[in-house]
Design a protein. Structure first.
Length: 94
């Protein structure tokens, strides 16, 4: 029996440091808070001078009474993400 050692290397890039990024953040997407595990729905996107913000609302039965959370969108050349949140949907073909 012969064994072959293979050296694996991995280069980190800015986009691979993000937990989960998508092409674009859109209304209706569901993102999970990394600390609490609670799911949030993107209800509004808006731009300020040099940044884009997403307004999130809890995705549960009590969402109407819950407040909103404002999160700054983190953008790279080919992706966008919400720091502290993980995208929960598999398909990105909208």
């Amino acid at each position: 029996m012969t064994f072959v050692a293979v050296k694996l290397t991995h280069q980190l890039s800015l986009s691979s440091l993000s937990i989960m990024a998508v092409k674009t953040i859109q209304l209706g997407q569901v993102w999970r808070n990394d600390q609490s595990g609670q799911d949030y729905l993107v209800t509004k996107l808006y731009n300020e001078v040099f940044a884009t913000y997403a307004m999130l609302r809890e995705a549960n039965a009590g969402a109407a009474a819950a407040g909103t959370v404002r999160v700054k969108v983190q953008k790279t050349a080919d992706a966008a993400s919400l720091p502290g949140y993980t995208y929960t949907q598999d398909a990105q073909d909208f």
